[in-house]
Design a protein around this ligand. Structure first.
Ligand code: ZN
Length: 64
C-alpha cells in the first residue's frame, strides 16, 4: 500500500498534484519541490521573495 503524501511547493506553498511538479536538488543536498516552472524560475533565477507576490500562498496580506 502506498501512501501519497501531500507535497507542497517550496516556493508558493500550494499543494502539488501527484504526478505533477518538479524536484530540484541543490548542491547543498536540500531538495526543493515546485508546482510549476513559474515557481522554479522565480526561486532559482529571479530570486523573488514569495512573500511579496500575490499569487503565492506565502504572500503576507496586510490587514487594514
Ligand atoms: Zn508553486
Amino acid at each position: 500500500m502506498s501512501i501519497l503524501k501531500t507535497r507542497k511547493c517550496s516556493y508558493c506553498g500550494k499543494e502539488i498534484d501527484p504526478g505533477c511538479g518538479m524536484l530540484f536538488v541543490q548542491r547543498t543536498g536540500s531538495v526543493l519541490q515546485f508546482c510549476s516552472n513559474k515557481c522554479k524560475k522565480s526561486q532559482l533565477y529571479m530570486k523573488r521573495d514569495p512573500k511579496k507576490l500575490k499569487w503565492t500562498e506565502r504572500y503576507e496580506r496586510k490587514i487594514m
